[in-house]
Design a protein around this ligand. Structure first.
Ligand code: PEP
Ligand code: MN
Length: 337
């Protein structure tokens, strides 16, 4: 339930309302805007009557929030959230592009790709050190040494790094060494991992689960935010459907739904959605046209020899061309890139 205070309501009145509710066992989230304060009531609000709360003259309205997510809800936080990842602001006017290999393989590979995507205008470097592979016999990533190589690539290029965390035992190392922690599609409902990430202030890139509804995806964001970490960026990466021509089905309508329901930034990963490199540029452009706040694109210098996801990786030259094309789309819709 949400209480919207009247413009310029006195702080004493607000605090009086808050302590009454706290006495009844509710937690209150305060969102103070320039003119108006909004109070989010957290707890079992089914027993609260909005009309009873309206006795205070300084309350403009009381709304039931139908959705079970509160901190991620746009009703509670009407302005778009902007998440700062090592100085790169995701969720503002600029569309931010994260690019790099599926997995970190060697120093030359990751530093080389980092330099070429940086030259093409990418804003962040992506690369997996810990890989959640469907088969236990596939390449599982370099592990911790991969993080060292990502750090080297960051030193060489200045690009902030986003990489996937699979288990809480590496959390401290990730907090220390990376700029944004990715939660992979397969871990979207790993609630232990989400809660632990919520206890940090690290920006989190939360990928949508393979078969998750938009509401389930936002509930996962809520797990992180409920622990106190507001720095969540959502990533649509395609969902499982009956179609098997593509690896997954890119659900652009989910971008619109997530942005309507939530204030969190939403980025799109056309690489894992399509699974086919030649579809990636068109899908990336469609995503920007649809209102995505950023893109995640896999780029590899030698896709044929890639240890992971080569078939969906763009070569650096094609990526550079795409960045130019995306600038055009961004301009048309009044955004920068
Ligand atoms: C990845 O980003 O390389 C990855 C494994 O993504 P997803 O979790 O979306 O499959
Ligand atoms: Mn991949």
């Amino acid at each position: 339930m949400i209480i919207v205070m009247k413009p310029n309501a006195p702080v004493e009145e607000r605090d009086r309302i808050i302590s009454r509710l706290q006495e009844r066992g509710y937690k209150i989230d305060i969102s103070a805007g320039n003119q108006r304060t909004i109070l989010g009531i957290i707890g079992d609000t089914s027993v609260l009557n909005p009309h009873d709360l309206m006795v205070n003259d300084w309350i403009e309205k009381v709304m039931r929030v139908e959705e079970p997510f509160k901190r991620a809800n746009r009703a509670f936080h009407p302005e778009d959230t902007v998440v700062d990842v090592g100085g790169v602001k995701i969720g503002g006017r600029t569309i931010q592009v994260m690019a790099g290999p599926c997995s970190v393989e060697t120093r030359d590979q990751v530093v080389g790709i980092a330099k070429s995507v940086k030259m093409a205008g990418a804003h962040l470097l992506r690369g997996g050190a810990f890989k959640p592979r469907t088969s236990p016999y596939s390449f599982q990533g370099l592990g911790a040494p991969g993080l060292d190589l990502l750090k080297e690539a960051r030193e060489e290029t200045g690009l902030p790094v986003v990489t996937e965390l699979m288990s809480t035992d590496m959390l401290d190392r990730f907090v220390e060494d990376v700029d944004m922690i990715q939660v992979g599609a397969r871990n979207m409902q790993n609630y232990t991992l989400l809660r632990e990430l919520g206890r940090t202030r690290k920006p989190v890139l939360l990928k949508r689960g393979l078969a998750a509804t938009v509401q389930e995806w936002l509930m996962s964001a809520e797990y992180i935010m409920a622990e106190g970490n507001p720095n969540v960026v959502l990533c649509e990466r395609g969902i499982r459907t009956f179609e098997d021509y593509t690896r997954n089905t890119l659900d652009l309508s989910a971008v619109l739904a997530a942005k309507k329901l939530s204030h969190l930034p939403v980025v799109v990963d056309p690489s894992h959605a399509a699974g086919l490199w030649w579809m990636v540029p068109q899908l990336a452009k469609a995503a920007v046209a649809a209102g995505a706040d950023g893109l995640l694109i896999e780029v590899h210098n030698d896709p044929e020899k890639a240890l992971c996801d080569g078939a969906q990786s763009l070569k650096p030259e094609r990526f550079a061309e795409l960045m130019g094309e995306l600038k055009g789309i961004a301009r048309i819709i009044g955004r920068d890139l």
